[in-house]
Design a protein around this ligand. Sequence first.
Ligand code: CA
Length: 233
Amino acid sequence: MEAKHNLLIVEDEKAISNLIATTLETQGYHYEKASNGTQALLEITSHTPEIVLLDLGLPDMDGIEIIKKVRTWSSIPIIVISARTEDTDKIEALDAGADDYLTKPFSVEELLARLRSTLRRLSYMRSESGQESTVFENGGLRIDFAEAEASMEGKPLHLSPIEYKLLCELARNVGKVLTHQYLISRVWEHADASDISSLRVYMATLRKKIEPDKENPVYIQTRVGIGYKMNRL
Ligand code: CA
């Protein structure tokens, strides 16, 4: 039987907190609850949950502050659950170090899908911990960082330097949503916001080269208005 994962639900609205708790229970996850930021930080330090589900609008502090605080000493996955529909809030949360986000109202299926994706990332991080890996493998994708070579299903990929950089950045952060601005800053030396259109172009050509089914991409997911994420297959 699969190990039961321990999660922390940080949410001040009882109805939502209970909905999440019920969903986790049906899947056999263990969880703790916190209804404000102070409690959340205490739970994270004392019980070290595996994943934090974090509401941004808390009575005593902004969820973004919690992400920033936690990131000074921990890389624990944080999934933001937010009623804020503005992309800027999600981008701020991701740039502060959140792994992923859900917008309220969300479906139970969406929540579980994000959890599974984050757990796959977590198990990957654990298997990689402590060792500087020179080879990355994900489904049919293989990247040899030392040789600066990438292949798909054993066939070499012919990528431009920028496509390769983008692919490496997504791979090194597999399972994590990366914002446009973050990717631009990693790929171009002197970047500005207008580079989003160039980023889109390079991302489109990269995907054409790596996705087996162009209509249903499995490796790289688009988050409209936010950025991209590589799925752990
Ligand atoms: Ca709230």
